[in-house]
Design a protein around this ligand. Sequence first.
Ligand SMILES: Cc1ncc(COP(=O)(O)O)c(C=O)c1O
Length: 394
Amino acid sequence: MVDFELTSRVSTADVGADGPIAFAIPEVSDDDVAAVVSVLRSGWITTGDECGKLESDLAGYLGARHVVAVSSCTAALEISLAYLHLPPGARVGVPAWTFVSTALAAVHNNLLPVLLDVDPLTLNLSPDALEAALGEGLDAVIAVHFGGVAVDPRIHQLCAAAGVPLIEDAAHAFGTKDERGFVGGPGTASACFSFYATKNLTSGEGGAIATDDEDLATFARTYRLHGMSADALARYKPGGSVTYDMVDPGIKANMPDLLAALARSQLARFEQSQARRRALLNRYRDLLEPEGIRFVPSGRVDGSADHLAVVLLPEGTDRDLVVAGLKGRGISPSIHFRPLHHFSWFAVNAATGPGGLATCEAVWPRALSLPLHVGLSVADVDRVAAALLDEVAL
Ligand SMILES: Cc1ncc(COP(=O)(O)O)c(C=O)c1O
């Protein structure tokens, strides 16, 4: 049984039966607040011991060989690509169905994003689209575990067979399991997590790289702090050298202890939060699937982190009207994602894979993400589902 009445909730206002239902509200407990306050009072708030403890905790949870905490998933992706030292203009395959930062990680490394189509049932990178693009030549691939559903194992096999490095955009996939165990566990070249405010484990802003590769972990620890050979803690602690070298043209992407404390505290109750999230998502499915509303993924998937509640509106539905109708009832949906080639900048500055982007085109006008966060009550979910059915029927 899932406990639907979490205690110690301080950030989820009791909004009553007709109050607003936000798309996502971070669940912040009294323990979270105490953990952050303790760092605030400690005399050290930037990257230090707490960040190191978060890395150990995350590695322990995932079974990862190495974890490096950074300021965002975007930074984790940028660093993982920088580590490959690809020449300018090298081609990086990415699904077109993703957030902009998946492809921007390539752009910021002077690489060319090659947009690939997705599987219609999961909206994850299509193995067929990837295979065709590998045939034309790719130098690296970033695959997204969309909504917390692990990509098809063929994605790993195709990249391995072609000798092309695969980076996992695991922004939605903290807690996702695939045939290897946890995403980010043993067998991972680089899995990049997000701890952004809407994620299932949050530090407000933050991210992490999990990897088998000790050299990537070493590179990332330096690259996340301007490429400096010693971080502030190492320089300021008794006996530490005050000087440092700069060995790589890195970026500023370290995770401060203040935020690491919040992530650690959230990790301590992660399983409980995930059980609640899954129960809420299943309730949406129980209410909406019998009424003919399709979900992405099309069926329930064991091992999914259940990050999003994505539905496909019936063909021909005017999504703008549905969104306006829901907002008029105080309900805030979202859309994941606007395909990258629909953005004016990528329309000019990205390539498209040989198979085209037909699935992205077909799905784009129909996709809608319903509010999903552990602060929702069952009554909230029922209200959203009823409102959606009303709006779709109009
Ligand atoms: C698929 C995907 N990749 C990357 C990111 C970027 O994450 P961050 O905000 O931690 O940089 C997001 C953010 O929501 C995302 O949805």
